[in-house]
Design a protein around this ligand. Structure first.
Ligand code: URC
Length: 285
């Protein structure tokens, strides 16, 4: 039986998605990070014999990221990553090196209070259908990522044998707006007006459900753009779960969140003028 040498190896928790809210009377602050940890050291035994006595679980590494965010805050990502890397090497005799990589997603304030828009990724769209009978213009936006740090609740929903979701009176509400709006016969550029209406409605609606916010956003576009007859919205509910820091002796007063990427709720709907006779051609092809 030949023997083989174990070469370079490292391990760690990749892509811990953390959102930290700093709450203040002058408006909230938002830090959105993707943190990846890789540790190396005297770890051959776990590979060769399954002896885990030197292994700091990757789950612990993830918890450390969350706990440090609460305990020390997140200043610049260089300092945050350095604090974590030094901790892993300094606290574990078997760990001799750590690589901590942090990606930071920039957000812009929308209302100076609780609503933010993520930079980049936003795409403007237009589709025109033309035949002998008519020209139909549909404008749209995809990938407009919005988040509000408060003014969102979700309760009063159906509970059955499979329900575990707790009711909440204060949660983060975040979505990536996919919207299209159908114009009356004319060709118009009302993109800026419609986009501003979507932003204002998201920021200004005290939300009891993303469904309610969806209707408010559609209605806002119709109110702001007289030439628009129908608005379609597809809003993924980007869930942010409060991290339980109690096992580490820390409280978490709505500050440190786990940003889940899937599964996600998907809330979709159409809002149209009462007098509009829906012309489905553009939507259906
Ligand atoms: O705004 C929401 N609408 C839902 O239908 C729903 N379902 C869920 O689990 N969370 C939420 N949030």
């Amino acid at each position: 039986m030949p023997t083989f040498a174990l070469g370079h190896n490292q391990y760690g928790k990749a892509e811990t998605r953390i959102v930290r809210v700093t709450r203040g009377p002058g408006g909230d602050g938002l830090t959105d990070l993707n943190v990846s940890v890789a540790l190396r050291g005297d770890l051959a035994a776990s590979h060769l014999t399954g002896d885990n006595s030197a292994v700091l679980p990757t789950d612990t590494q993830k918890n450390t990221v969350y706990a440090f965010a609460r305990e020390h805050g997140i200043d610049d990502i260089e300092s945050f990553a350095t604090r974590l890397a030094r901790h892993f090497v300094g606290s574990q005799p078997s760990i001799h090196g750590a690589r901590v990589t942090v990606e930071q997603y920039p957000w812009q304030p929308v209302d100076g209070a609780h609503t933010f828009r993520r930079d980049g990724g936003e795409v403007r769209t237009a589709t025109v259908h033309h035949d002998a009978a008519r020209t139909q213009v549909v404008s749209g936006i995809t990938g407009l990522v919005l988040l509000k740090t408060t003014d969102s609740e979700f309760h009063g929903f159906v509970k059955d044998a499979y329900t575990t979701l707790p009711e909440t009176r204060d949660r983060i509400l975040a979505t990536s707006v996919n919207a299209t709006w159908r114009h009356d016969g004319a060709v118009r550029d009302d993109y800026a007006t419609a986009r501003a209406a979507l932003l204002d409605a998201f920021a200004g609606t005290y939300s009891l459900a993303l469904q309610q916010t969806l209707y408010a956003m559609g209605a806002a576009v119709l109110a702001a753009c007289p030439g628009v007859v129908e608005v379609k919205l597809s809003l993924p509910n980007r869930h942010h779960f409060l991290v339980d820091l109690a096992p580490f002796g820390l409280d978490n007063p709505n500050e440190v969140y786990y940003a889940a990427d899937r599964p996600y709720g998907l809330i979709e709907g159409t809002v149209r003028r009462d007098d509009d006779v829906a012309e489905e051609v553009v939507w259906s092809f």
